[in-house]
Design a protein around this ligand. Structure first.
Ligand SMILES: Nc1nc2c(c(=O)[nH]1)N[C@H]1C(S)=C(S)[C@@H](COP(=O)(O)OP(=O)(O)OC[C@H]3O[C@@H](n4cnc5c(=O)[nH]c(N)nc54)[C@H](O)[C@@H]3O)O[C@H]1N2
Ligand SMILES: Nc1nc2c(c(=O)[nH]1)N[C@H]1C(S)=C(S)[C@@H](COP(=O)(O)OP(=O)(O)OC[C@H]3O[C@@H](n4cnc5c(=O)[nH]c(N)nc54)[C@H](O)[C@@H]3O)O[C@H]1N2
Ligand SMILES: [Mo]
Length: 764
């Protein structure tokens, strides 16, 4: 590494970076066998005009002070100095805290921010609110796996045990005969892991497995969810119907007496209730292969053939996060577990059920024996929360009741919203509704590196440094490398890191010592490193001293050699190593969930049709999945993301026969629309997508032509202008952004220019 090359790490890989005038040249980490092209988004990012470079205040807030305001999202910004900004923010925090207390402050602040473990914006804002105000209203769970995270502990165990600590790629490549992957195993997704991923190994593991004879079967509306290296099969399905499909498979297994009755009797509870449901004992509906075929668009013959291929083989069933990010998303996850159990596979090497393999680079990996400590958050004195995707409901309906995981809770009345390290106008659904929600509070404060749509709705925007401008440490519990991240450039303009901003605010509030504990950022890093050394010393392992680590740039941590241990121990001795469920077994029927009495999530898994359905020839299933060219909305202005756009728009994928019927051709700009909104996108035709389905990835920055419109038009192609803002079920209330119903038409007329990357006018 030359002296001007700096080690750094991102959620999508480690690299060396070198500043060359305004651009950054990037060399992937030498130990990465398959580096991510997302690194290309850094090259032009540091000095892009869309960076936030000074504190800015929205005109309406500056002139009229705090209060609900419909101008949010459609107002000008005025620059202020840092001392003015600190005085305004600390004054407003003090006002809200003394008038209403911390239960009027929402510090959910969901979002991925950047990979460094100290400058993790979400941890910083939570620590700040706890140590200065005494707490805040928080959010629980994630947009990623909102429903599985709530469901899995009831029926098998904590999500991390069957995702992060689930069946490993090593075992799959050595043992699995069949990998049945609902939602596929797209390499575009596993290139990313929160905290970092230094070795992208999924491609070669799939190659090795396929060479040994593993049969990969991807059940998905998109062929591209399985890489060529897996040499697998694509089983095309109607989105949102996997639960019916799996019920069909189960009915064939029962009919042909191919279920592992010993396993079901000794390791599970509730199989008889499942059988009764399949037979239709309660309601007369026989759920067999023909019934399933009608719903999921896979023929009864295909369902039978697949079901008959599974028994007496080492089968691994996995479900992508995507399936549970839609209405009734709990059901396919639960049924995939039931299928693995009916085949008697859980706990066998390379077999059973693993959750979300391939959805992130964390899954299927081996675990470090110790993990890097996280920034302590302090104590939150407020015990009020929302499931994370209920943000708009909370702001629009203070005081109203909602159901969640067996509890009846009330939305608090929020006066101040603080966001650092996330982009709700990327991650939330029904953006017109979200804007109405964001008009409600007195004050919205955002720390951002760039003028995202969320920053454009804020009252106070504080410029945050980008990761490339900071010293940090990068690492993840599933990555054996730890990186000393070095700053590559000076902060853009007046940008400061989140820790420095919060330190100044804490000082203004008289709570600096509580927030910083007397440490600078560098001292925090040293102290966290010392904690890691301490944990390793207990295992008789040692690390170089801190300065040596920083000079080296990278070090290796010891790892466990096996994964999936919870299920293996359970299989070996279910009495001595019961699962952490009420029965200690796999719960095909859950007394707990049944006891909640939710019609939209009863005591055993079921098929429930979605509220909105596509009608052939009239409307389409829209898949709004993760983008291949960036992480969420991050660095959408980066070179790699920008190169994928056509006529500056996001590209959507459509089947040629659907296109022909609608009079649409390759490269046309189309409008996707429904009752909630409209979006423009460029069309790419492909037979790799199921007919009746259209795919538009998330992450194009929201760019409303008229931000105040009831049904706004996004000029750029953000699918969340179209998606429905509703929870998965009363059990989990997870995000349902993955699947939506839309109509499409060719866009005629003058194409409005995309303005998402032009900062809002600063009227100096
Ligand atoms: N329709 C639909 N919607 C979805 C999904 C879907 O499948 N379909 N997927 C969902 C999923 S799984 C997720 S995880 C969410 C992701 O939603 P988010 O995590 O909110 O999305 P990001 O774009 O990663 O937002 C991170 C923000 O942090 C900022 N940032 C980066 N570093 C720093 C820093 O150091 N300090 C500060 N202050 N800010 C920083 C970035 O500029 C960026 O705006 O989206 C969800 N939304
Ligand atoms: N490049 C890149 N990688 C990422 C991210 C990113 O933003 N960019 N985000 C990361 C994050 S935070 C997360 S949580 C994970 C998300 O992981 P996932 O949620 O699994 O990822 P998606 O790409 O949204 O969806 C995976 C595939 O599921 C298929 N699918 C959708 N609906 C259905 C359905 O009803 N049935 C079936 N059988 N298949 C369906 C779609 O074809 C889709 O391509 O990805 C991570 N990886
Ligand atoms: Mo996610």
């Amino acid at each position: 590494m030359s002296s001007s090359q700096k080690m750094h790490s991102a959620h999508w890989g480690a690299f060396q970076a070198e500043l060359q005038q305004d651009n950054v040249s990037i060399t992937p980490f030498a130990g990465d066998p398959d580096p991510s092209p997302l690194l290309g988004n850094f090259t032009n990012a540091l000095t892009h005009p869309v960076r936030v470079t000074r504190p800015m205040i929205r005109r309406g807030w500056l002139e009229q002070g705090p209060g609900a305001d419909t101008r949010r999202g459609n107002d000008e910004y005025l620059p202020v100095s840092w001392p003015e900004a600190i005085a305004l923010v600390s004054g407003e925090l003090r006002r809200v805290n003394s008038a209403y207390g911390p239960e009027a402050v929402f510090g959910g602040s969901y979002g991925w921010s950047s990979a460094g473990r100290f400058h993790h914006a979400q941890s910083q804002v939570h620590r700040f609110l706890n140590t200065t105000l005494g707490g805040y209203v928080r959010s629980v769970n994630s947009y990623s796996s909102g429903s599985a995270a709530v469901l899995l502990p009831h029926i098998v165990g904590p999500m991390d045990e069957i995702a992060r600590r689930g069946v490993s790629w090593q075992e799959i490549s050595a043992n699995s005969d069949i990998v049945l992957a609902f939602g596929g195993l797209a390499l575009k997704n596993s290139q990313v892991a929160s905290g970092g991923i230094s070795e992208h190994t999924e491609r070669s593991f799939m190659q090795q497995a396929a060479a040994r004879g593993t049969r990969f079967i991807s059940v998905s509306p998109l062929a591209s969810d399985l890489p060529a290296e897996a040499a697998g099969e694509w089983l095309s399905i109607i989105p949102g119907t996997d639960a019916a499909f799996i019920l069909g498979l189960l009915s064939v297994l029962i009919e042909r007496q191919l279920t592992d009755e010993d396993f079901l009797a000794s390791y599970c509870t509730g199989w008889p209730q499942m059988v009764a449901y399949l037979r239709g004992d309660e309601d007369g509906v026989v759920r067999d292969a023909c019934w399933a075929a009608e719903i999921c668009g896979v023929s009864a013959a295909q369902i039978r053939t697949l079901a008959e291929a599974l028994p007496h083989r080492r089968v691994l069933v996995t479900v992508a996060h995507a399936l549970q990010r839609s209405e009734h998303g709990e059901q396919p996850v639960w049924l995939a577990l039931v299928l693995a159990a009916a085949l008697g596979q859980p706990g066998l090497p390379g077999g059973g059920f693993t959750y979300a393999l391939g959805a992130l680079g964390h899954y299927g990996k081996l675990f470090n024996r110790v993990s890097f400590p996280s920034l302590p958050q302090g104590r939150n004195g407020i015990d009020r929360f929302i499931p994370v995707a209920k943000i708009a409901d909370m702001l629009l309906q203070p005081g109203e009741h909602f159901d969640y995981n067996g509890r009846r809770l009330r939305y608090p009345h929020i006066r101040l919203v603080y966001w650092a390290g996330g982009n709700p106008f990327h991650h939330h659904q029904d953006l017109a509704r979200l804007r109405r929600a964001f008009c409600q509070p007195d004050t919205l404060i955002v720390h951002e590196t760039a003028w995202t749509a969320t920053a454009r709705h804020a009252d106070i925007v504080l410029p945050a440094t980008m990761t490339l401008e900071r010293e940090d440490i990068g690492g993840a519990p599933t990555d054996r490398h730890l990186f000393a991240m070095e700053p590559v450039a000076e902060p853009a303009g007046l940008a400061r890191d989140d820790f420095t901003i919060f330190t100044e605010l804490a000082r203004a509030l008289g709570r600096e010592q509580e927030f910083t504990e007397g440490r600078t950022a560098r001292q925090w890093l040293q102290s966290m490193y010392r904690q890691l050394q301490g944990k390793l010393a207990e295992l008789q392992a040692s690390l170089p001293d801190y300065d040596t680590f920083r000079r080296q740039g990278v070090l290796q941590l010891p790892q466990h050699t096996e994964s999936g241990l919870m299920m293996k121990a359970f299989r070996q001795d279910p009495r001595r190593s019961p699962l952490p469920t009420p029965s200690g077994r796999i719960e095909i029927f859950s007394e707990t969930i049944a006891g909640f009495g939710y019609a939209d999530c009863p005591g055993h898994p079921v098929w429930l049709p979605p509220t909105e359905q596509a009608v052939a020839g009239e409307s389409y299933w829209l898949i709004a999945n993760q983008p291949a060219t960036r992480l969420h909305s991050q660095l959408d202005f980066g070179n790699y993301s920008q190169r994928s756009k056509r006529q500056d728009r996001e590209v959507c994928c459509l089947h040629p026969e659907d296109a022909q019927a609608a009079g649409i051709g390759e490269g046309d700009i189309i409008e996707l629309y429904n009752d909630r909104g409209r979006a423009l996108a460029s069309v790419s035709l492909s037979r790799q997508i199921r007919q009746g389905v259209i795919q538009l990835p998330t992450g194009a920055w929201y760019d409303p032509e008229d931000p105040l419109a009831e049904r706004p038009l996004c000029r750029h192609g953000n699918p969340n202008v179209l998606t429905r803002d509703a929870g998965t079920s009363s059990l989990a209330q997870g995000c349902t952004g993955q699947i939506t119903v839309v109509k499409i038409k060719k866009f005629r007329g003058d194409l409005p220019p995309v303005q998402a990357f032009i900062p809002p006018e600063a009227d100096a």
